[in-house]
Every structure is written in C-alpha cells, then in structure tokens.
Design a protein. Structure first.
Length: 210
C-alpha cells in the first residue's frame, strides 16, 4: 500500500497559495511566494528527523539539548521549475547538498524526457527530498525517483506545491515507499494534462517566459 500523502492545510501556506494561483501575480512575486511556501513545507517535511542529546555551555552554565542526529540531507529539484523551491528549503537547511535532474514534458505524449542528471556522489547515504512545484501526471516525479533509487538511495521524499489526483495515484503505485508532501490536492487534469484549477505552467511563471 502506498504511504498516504501529507496535504498541508496550514493557514499561511493556503494564504500564499491563493496569490500564487492568481493570474495577475507577476514573476517576481510568484518566485517569492514559491520560495516562501517551500520553506514552510520543508519545516513539516523534516519533522521526523531524529535527534540526539549534546551538552553545550550557555551564558548561564551547562545544558543538555538537542541536535539532528547525524542525518545527511540532499535536495534534488527537477529542472527547471523545481529550482524555484530550492532557495526556500536551503534557507532552513543550508548545509544540505544539492543534485539536479533535468526533465521536460513532451507536448505530444505528455511523458517526461530526461536530459540531465547530476547527483551528489554520496547520494545513497543521504535522505533525499525531491522538489517540483507541480505533480500532474506523475511522470517526471516517477522518473526522478527511479534515477535516484538506481544510485542506491532508499530514503526519499517528494515535495510539491500542487498535486492532481492522477499524479498522486501514479506516483503511489510506482513508488509506494516514498512520502509525498503537497500544499493542495486539486480537482483533476485537463485534456492537455495540466492541473485544474492549478496555476498554469509553474516554470513559465517563475521565470517570466510566457
């Protein structure tokens, strides 16, 4: 059975998502909103990181407190739209390594075409969070996770802002062990495989190319 996706209904995320969807939101504000939402989502996606005790000295004396227990993280944005989320998550975890997977959608078949893959050499030893604003058909996410698993990694999460039911189902069937985090589960895909109501093409809106 696939792991149940985590749908984030936090008021701050939902508020920012409204303006992200608005067709009148310009590229600069859109980029800022994507980063802000990614930061808020990363807070939740890393909730289960293990902790260990350490002893430190405060200005008032010694104290035993918590640090993350030796887990190494990596963020892997799916190019190009996933890059829009990267600064937001690195703001919380600046020491994480970063990989990149380049995929584009064939407009005739709506299937992903891979053109680039560069991952940290020790990716198999890391907890990986894959970033992509949209989970539509699920094809790109499935391919990206397959590529990362092929390099030995077994601790993988997928983080998107908006998901379609069709994409969640496809991803859950292909990779039932992957935790999925999203800010909204939308209605469906249209005949061109775009999410409804969605927000349009995230890459174009991030980079102002349309």
């Amino acid at each position: 059975m696939p792991i149940k996706p985590f749908i984030m209904d936090h008021p701050l995320i939902q508020h920012k998502l409204t303006w992200l969807r608005d067709k009148n939101t310009g590229a600069k504000e859109f980029r800022e909103l994507v980063n802000e939402i990614a930061t808020l989502m990363c807070y939740e996606a890393t909730r289960n990181l293990p902790l260990e005790d350490v002893e430190i000295e405060t200005p008032m004396g010694p104290a035993v407190t918590k640090v993350i227990s030796g887990r190494k993280l990596a963020f892997v944005p799916i190019l190009r739209a996933g890059m829009g989320m990267l600064d937001g998550v690195l703001a919380l975890i600046p020491a994480a390594k970063v990989g990149h997977i380049g995929l584009y959608r064939d407009e005739e078949t709506a299937t992903p075409v891979e053109y680039y893959c560069k991952l940290p050499a020790d990716i198999a030893e890391r907890d990986v969070i894959i970033l992509d604003p949209m989970l539509a058909t699920g094809g790109s996410a499935i391919d990206a996770i397959t590529q990362i698993k092929a390099r030995g990694c077994r601790s993988i999460k997928f983080m998107c802002i908006i998901a379609a039911p069709e994409g969640l189902e496809a991803l859950g069937e292909a990779h039932p062990d992957v935790h999925i985090y999203c800010a909204s589960l939308d209605k469906c895909l249209n005949d061109k495989k775009y999410i409804l109501p969605g927000l349009g093409d995230a890459g174009d809106r991030i980079y102002g190319t349309k």
